[in-house]
Design a protein around this ligand. Structure first.
Ligand code: ACO
Length: 429
């Protein structure tokens, strides 16, 4: 009968080993018993960029990259995007179940009543250069939140953890909007507790002299859907940063700042910004063939295409593409949409992209919607970071409660010189 084990023969020693396979994985530490002698540390698995290493067991998000499937806690992303609010989804990610009406009311109240930030936040926001990138301001100001909550280091009391979660999900949009207004040189708009999570964010971004800002329902809902789509994506670069930094026991404000910094890079959440810059640089449909040729010649990437996990159409891109028309009906249509559609069409028919299974990812169309909302490209990664804060915190809470997790500390294969004696400055070649 087939056994759930892996038989290994070490040709260096002639010894055989049998390692258990659980859930399709062997434990890397089981390899340590495979040694050439007592001084041998034991066999390591070498996996730069974690191409084939699971670092956790997680019950939060499921992705089938080949089939283009994304579930949060078992619920398909399409159903959540159609029927749920962002706060319901955030609750689902963090606590594992959709909230009851009572739980949702309490959760919404908690988030709504933690949106205000200490007045001193405005002082350090003012200290940023007038054209500082909004994502850098967000990262720095989230890190600075930890100075207001010095007791927030990892604590296993769920009430204590939940308080930090309320604060972070509530305050990140406030910090993001303050950063945006700082760049514009405009006054900061305080949170409006009468509005929804996304409605309040739009108010903090766009309110001018009117007494009460009224978000356009179609825009408010579009932002809600974009937030749902970006809320979590299992063990990506920024989530790995959240878990890795959080595993040291640091407060979650510092860990979210680290995760946001990881998200900022152009290969991750900064890609939506890069997509829009790319579409602007292409400019017109007639220039697409030359652009695609340059990508194939290795002169640059087709930003918003490709994914480490999806080797099929990213289900989030499909939802955003559908939603774009609804948004453009109430805003002005994006002049870059025809360029994006044609670029996608050409790439999906081109052998280079087909053979490498490169499809549009979530960032390909999201920037066009953000642009239609009147937001500058510098805000795009910020708009990703706001909803992803819920995912990072869900992953952090799961990690903190996982008895198997310890401080994250990868191994290395040392390739430097052997021991040698110090050379005084005057004798160095
Ligand atoms: N344009 C052109 N070629 C590409 C692209 C692209 N966007 N993405 C991958 N390739 C090519 C690579 O050059 C490589 O080709 P080769 O086999 O001839 O060397 C092959 O496809 C495999 O790509 P890898 O880089 O090995 O794939 P990896 O899983 O490491 O990278 C990544 C995934 C970083 C997302 C990559 O596809 C990329 O840089 N895409 C553009 C940036 C982007 O859109 N990022 C957003 C990702 S989604 C998110 O983070 C929210």
């Amino acid at each position: 009968m087939a056994k759930d084990t892996l038989a290994i023969l070490d040709n260096r020693t002639g010894k055989s080993y049998e390692l258990p396979i659980t859930d399709g994985a062997i434990r890397a530490t089981d390899l340590r018993q495979i040694r050439t002698g007592p001084d041998d540390f034991g066999l390591l698995s070498y996996d730069p960029a974690f191409m084939n290493t699971a670092s956790t067991r997680s019950a939060i998000t499921f992705i089938d990259g080949d089939a283009g499937i994304l579930h949060y806690r078992g619920y398909p992303i399409e159903q959540l995007a159609e029927h749920a609010s962002f706060l319901e989804v955030a609750y689902l990610l963090i606590f594992g179940e959709l909230p009851t009406a009572r739980a949702l009311e309490d959760w919404t109240w908690q988030i709504t009543h933690h949106t205000w930030v200490h007045e001193n936040v405005k002082t350090f926001m003012d200290g940023f250069h007038h054209d500082a990138h909004t994502m850098s301001m967000l990262i720095s100001s989230v890190a600075a939140l930890s100075t207001f909550y010095p007791d927030a280091k990892v604590n296993h009391d769920p009430g204590h953890q939940d308080l930090q979660i309320y604060r972070l999900i509530a305050k990140v949009p406030t910090l993001a909007a303050f950063a945006y207004r700082h760049r514009l040189g405009q006054f900061y708009v305080y949170p409006d507790n009468d509005l929804s999570y996304t409605g309040n964010f739009l108010s903090m971004l766009f309110k001018a002299t009117e007494l009460k800002y009224k978000p356009q329902p179609a825009v408010e809902r579009a932002l809600e859907v974009l937030f749902i789509l970006h809320a979590d994506h299992e063990q990506n670069c920024s989530t790995n940063a959240m878990r890795s930094v959080g595993s040291s026991g640091v407060d979650p404000y510092s860990a979210v700042a680290a995760a946001a910094a990881a998200l900022y890079g152009p290969l991750h959440g900064g890609a939506n910004e890069a997509v829009l810059r790319m579409l602007r640089a292409i400019g017109s449909i007639s220039r697409i063939p030359d652009f695609v040729k340059s990508v194939k010649a290795g002169e640059g990437k087709l930003m918003g295409f490709g994914h480490r996990v999806y080797k099929n159409y990213d289900p989030r891109a499909r939802i955003i593409k559908r939603m774009a028309d609804e948004v453009f009906a109430v805003t002005r249509p994006s002049p870059l949409l025809p360029v994006a559609l044609e670029l996608e069409r050409i790439a999906l028919a081109d052998e280079y992209f087909v053979s490498r299974k490169l499809y549009p990812n979530v960032d390909f169309y999201s920037g066009l919607i953000y642009e239609a909302l009147g937001l500058p490209v510098e805000m795009f990664p910020v708009l990703f970071a706001i909803p992803r804060t819920a995912g990072w915190l869900a992953q952090w809470k799961e990690m903190v409660g996982d008895a198997e997790q310890k401080i994250a500390r990868p191994r290395q294969i040392y390739t430097g010189p052997g021991q040698r004696d110090f050379v005084p400055l005057g004798r160095r070649a």
